[in-house]
Design a protein around this ligand. Structure first.
Ligand SMILES: Cc1cc2nc3c(=O)[nH]c(=O)nc-3n(C[C@H](O)[C@H](O)[C@H](O)COP(=O)(O)OP(=O)(O)OC[C@H]3O[C@@H](n4cnc5c(N)ncnc54)[C@H](O)[C@@H]3O)c2cc1C
Length: 368
């Protein structure tokens, strides 16, 4: 029986999977995927994405990356508690640790690449694109990549935080340096953007604080940001819209049906503190395409490929979820302040430990 693939989702992980599958020899007509239906929601489009070096390598196989700001140093500090560590690409003999790209730009690049692999006037899909079938057809493999581990089958951890997204113009930029500043309310990241003197702000705090900050006048916002972050980038001036995004960690339960699998945020939606969600999702997409490609080439059932994929991804997923959950919660506990500073300084002094941590964030934990 010919087995067909159906992909649900319109985000970067679904698009990357389609492109990786094309490289594995799957024709567009053998995949049901409704990629181009609606415009991006504004709060999603505004998201800055720190891509690890591993992700840029994966993406370069399928797409010409649009403008991105290189990250050469990550500067991590604890607000008002002392403690600082820096990860340098040079310490790892690498030109960069990764780069920052806007979600909307990556989405457009992937959509353009998808359009190129589809024929100009695609033939009518042999598979009707009905929404979210609860049970796939017997000859169909269903891959969920729609960004949401659906309730009630999700293990949820509520951080009681929102991320406030904004962009600011700074008076003294530090090209190539990404800042992560842990405040007691949550992490505050100031990430480089492709445009000089412009930074993306991801400011995590209680939902009430984020809503309040989103409603401040630009002048008040600038002053509060300077107070929270300090003057490492000089003065900062709000440029554009602000969006508050609620934060929860959500993990899908294991798929019982052997013909279904979830990848990317549909499998695990993480706190953005370590910038790992998309990186993990791209590794999901790449490794799933590899397993499906091998099964396709050998003529073995695609269900077996899904089972191998689940086993192969277990270690990387568990470790990345664990690190991210820990970072999201650890630095919010005032009682641990003395340990936090010591731990940070220790990480700064013990180079092999720091480099191992940086490598795990750059490439993920390889399970093969
Ligand atoms: C504030 C914040 C900052 C983040 N920063 C980072 C980071 O620095 N590095 C990192 O690796 N990860 C980061 N992430 C996580 C990252 O955004 C997700 O892990 C990644 O986008 C998951 O991709 P996906 O395709 O699985 O799902 P999603 O990106 O969630 O895409 C699926 C969903 O997006 C929407 N969508 C997408 N395209 C369309 C379209 N064309 N039409 C309509 N709707 C659409 C739909 O709601 C859809 O269900 C961050 C997340 C947040 C919230």
């Amino acid at each position: 029986m010919t087995q067909r693939l159906r992909i649900e989702g319109r985000g970067p992980v679904a698009a990357a999977l389609r492109l990786f599958l094309a490289r594995q020899g799957f024709a567009s007509a053998s995949i049901a995927h409704d990629a181009f239906a609606a415009p991006l929601p504004a709060a999603v489009a505004a998201r800055p994405l720190a891509l690890s070096l591993g992700s840029t390598h994966l993406l370069s196989r399928i797409v010409a990356l649009p403008d991105a700001a290189p990250i050469r140093t990550v500067d991590v500090s604890l607000a008002r508690r002392g403690g600082r560590t820096r990860f340098h690409a040079a310490d790892l003999d690498s030109p960069t640790l990764g780069c920052v790209i806007r979600y909307a730009d990556l989405h457009k690049a992937l959509s353009d690449a998808l359009q190129r692999i589809d024929t100009a006037t695609p033939p009518p899909s042999p598979f009707p694109l009905h929404p979210s079938p609860l049970v796939g057809k017997a000859d169909e493999i269903l891959i969920r990549a729609d960004g949401d581990p659906r309730s009630p089958s999700a293990r949820t951890l509520d951080f009681h935080q929102s991320a406030l997204l904004a962009e600011v113009l700074v008076s003294r930029d530090a090209p190539g340096v990404a800042f992560e500043h842990f405040t007691l309310q949550g992490p505050l990241a100031l990430l480089p953007l492709p445009q000089p003197d412009r930074r993306a702000v991801v400011w995590c705090a209680t939902p009430q604080q984020s809503e309040r900050r989103a409603a401040l006048s630009p002048h008040e916002f600038d002053a509060e940001l300077l107070d929270a972050f300090g003057d490492a980038l000089g003065t900062m001036r709000l440029a554009g819209e602000r969006h508050a995004v609620p934060l929860q960690r959500r993990l899908a339960l294991r798929d019982e049906d052997p013909r279904r699998v979830s990848i990317g945020n549909a499998a695990q939606a993480l706190h953005p503190v370590a910038g790992q969600g998309l990186n993990l999702g791209l590794r999901d997409a790449f490794e799933l395409a590899q397993e499906l490609g091998a099964a396709h080439a050998q003529g073995t059932p695609l269900e077996d490929a899904l089972a191998r994929f689940r086993r192969r991804r277990r270690a990387d997923r568990a470790a990345t979820v664990g690190i991210t959950d820990t970072l999201a919660r650890l630095f919010g506990w005032p009682a641990l302040a003395p340990i936090q500073s010591v731990a940070f300084d220790a990480l700064d002094w013990v180079a092999p430990l720091r480099d191992r941590f940086a490598k795990a964030l750059m490439f993920g934990l390889r399970s093969t």
